[in-house]
Design a protein. Structure first.
Length: 172
């Protein structure tokens, strides 16, 4: 009963610049930023299918999800596509929508060519040169160069805002 009152009767609006949409009812999901939200989400996805072989694993942290597969190049795509088909059916059954604009595939290898891309819900998930997971940018050769560059750029941006306080010639 307590959880029921927590989840029902919630409304949301969308703001674009200074324009505010009309209120709409939230039909699914949990309140973002609440203390109970992550726990309820974990309970909801607790029965997500896991692959039978240990080379393909689902990595979950809150609502950030990654499927990681480490097998030989000959079997990786069949194995990965089999799991993604199973995962896709589970997502449809649970009415969980995946943001197709955000998902991507990276083949961590020194090889120049990649196998055919995997599929989720039939469309191909095209290969990317890097991805960001839990705040870490991972490039296909695992050099971390892009991640280090991102941190350096963030640091320089913050430092430039502090110039009035510390002076341009301050050591860093």
């Amino acid at each position: 009963m307590l959880i029921d009152t927590y989840l029902q009767g919630r409304l949301f609006t969308v703001r674009v610049l200074s324009n505010l949409s009309s209120e709409r009812v939230i039909r699914a999901g949990v309140v973002q930023g609440s203390k109970v939200g992550p726990i309820l989400f974990n309970i909801f996805v607790n029965d997500v299918p896991s692959h039978r072989n240990c080379q393909t694993q689902l990595c979950l942290f809150a609502d950030d999800t990654a499927v990681m597969s480490t097998v030989t190049p000959q079997t990786i795509m069949d194995d990965l596509n089999t799991y993604l088909t199973q995962l896709g059916k589970w997502l449809i059954q649970r009415k969980i929508k995946v943001n197709t604009d955000k998902y991507q595939t990276v083949c961590f290898t020194r090889r120049r060519s990649n196998p055919n891309p995997p599929m989720l819900y039939r469309p191909l998930i095209h290969w990317s040169n890097s991805t960001k997971y839990l705040g870490v940018t991972l490039d296909k050769k695992l050099t971390y160069k892009e991640h280090i560059d991102n941190i350096r750029n963030t640091y320089n941006g913050i430092k430039s805002h502090l110039y009035p306080l510390i002076g341009r010639k301050a050591r860093h």
